[in-house]
Design a protein around this ligand. Structure first.
Ligand code: SOE
Length: 389
């Protein structure tokens, strides 16, 4: 019998949906489960939204009061699925109340805020995790296994991209993701940090950046109802427009602490690209290539293959690969976004059950924020900027 662990989730939007699904599905995939997440309380902005989310995601109770929810004795975990401006206040309160915390990415609106969250969880001794889910794609975890086993050799070069197109239309609605006081930054924080997390996971810490961070869409139509509708499908070009005060994209050269070099690109304005997270790694013994739009596949080249057989091979992830014991019994049957969240959920509850910190935790989230700050500063100054705690 696995123990039940009571979860309160704050925020019932896109991420709320992904996390609620993971809570329900995790024990179905990973059995015996490290714990059974019990969906105790869902918190949203209005009574109606909270009650809707309660029914939809099967929570026991709905609330609009996150502070009172954190104070409850029958809540063990606080899951933060709010916009970025609420992460710190909620996480610090949750840590002070001794609750374990899963926080959506990016951890904060910059390194200073992230540090205050890190200090709070370390003081409280609670388990903490940042929901950078893409590193839990089995093919990316397999790349990590090849790298750790030395099969790619010393890493010399990393290229990472995260390209989407949901904000390419300037008449697309003014999401909070375009407002600095809520989001902290634009493409850098929202999606660039996913690439930074993957780079840190596979290669090591980034030590220096040289970035361009152009901003070219200066205003957008105000969105009705405060909902976070990504993209222009429900656009209202005649609505009142308000300023966008974040960067549209980031392109940067990278240096890593271990001597590797690389590059990073992130934009939400690349027409035709949807969730185009790619990485290519070149080492002294081989290369790795991955594209999230084909996420069952890892492309690997081993330099010691016979010369007449050299080239990238395609490995379809399945039972022989990371997390394969819990996922599907046949390779290539289909890994999705949900699976990355289910794996994340498993690893978070495993960490709680074993009282060990998972990865990425708030330390990793803080280092991503240090890199994000360096990218923004470099974009402003046009100079190389070191990443320093
Ligand atoms: C929007 O760019 C977004 O929802 C990101 O915030 C998520 O982190 C990413 O996984 C999907 O796209």
């Amino acid at each position: 019998m696995s123990k039940e662990v009571n979860v309160a989730m704050i925020g019932g939007g896109f991420m709320g949906k992904a996390h609620a699904l993971a809570y329900a599905a995790m024990p179905m995939f990973f059995w015996p489960a490290p714990a059974i997440p019990r969906k105790r309380v869902i918190v949203d902005i209005t009574d109606e939204m909270a009650e809707d989310a309660r029914q939809r995601f099967s929570f026991d109770e709905a609330s609009t009061d996150w502070r009172a929810t954190i104070a409850r004795d029958d809540v063990d975990v606080i899951d933060i699925c709010t916009p970025n401006n609420m992460h710190a206040e909620i996480a610090i309160a949750a840590a002070s109340a001794g609750k374990h915390i899963l926080c959506e990415k990016p951890l904060a609106r910059g390194a200073a805020e992230a540090k205050s969250m890190l200090d709070a969880v370390e003081r409280a001794g609670v388990i903490h995790m940042v929901a950078f889910n893409y590193r839990r794609t089995p093919a990316i975890a397999l790349a990590k296994t090849f790298i750790d086993d030395g099969r790619i050799g010393e890493i010399r070069n990393f290229r990472g991209t995260y390209l989407q197109d949901w904000s390419a239309d300037p008449d697309g609605p003014l999401s909070w993701r375009f407002q600095k006081d809520i989001a902290g930054s634009g493409a850098v924080g929202d999606i660039g940090t996913h690439v930074v997390d993957i780079a840190h996971y596979l290669v090591g810490r980034i030590s220096e950046v040289n970035a361009m961070t152009p901003a070219y869409i200066k205003t957008r139509p105000v969105q009705e109802g405060g909902l976070d509708k990504l993209g222009a499908s429900e656009k209202n070009a005649s609505a009142r427009r308000e300023p966008v005060d974040v960067e549209d994209e980031v392109i940067s050269l990278l240096r890593f602490e271990n001597g590797a070099v690389g590059s990073l690109e992130a934009t939400r304005n690349a027409y035709g690209r949807n969730n185009f997270i790619t990485l290519e790694i070149h080492g002294t013994k081989g290369s790795i290539h991955f594209n999230y739009e084909r996420r069952d596949e890892l492309q690997v080249m081993f330099a010691d293959d016979p010369v007449d057989a050299r080239g990238f091979r395609t490995i379809y992830t399945g039972p022989a690969h990371p997390y394969g014991d819990g996922l599907w019994p046949i390779p290539a049957i289909g890994i999705g976004y949900s699976e990355t969240k289910i794996i994340e959920c498993r690893d978070f509850f495993q960490a709680i059950a074993s009282s060990t910190q998972p990865s990425p935790n708030f330390v990793d989230g803080y280092w991503c924020e240090l890199v994000a700050d360096a990218l923004l500063k470099s974009g402003e100054t046009g100079k190389w900027v070191g990443v320093k705690a």
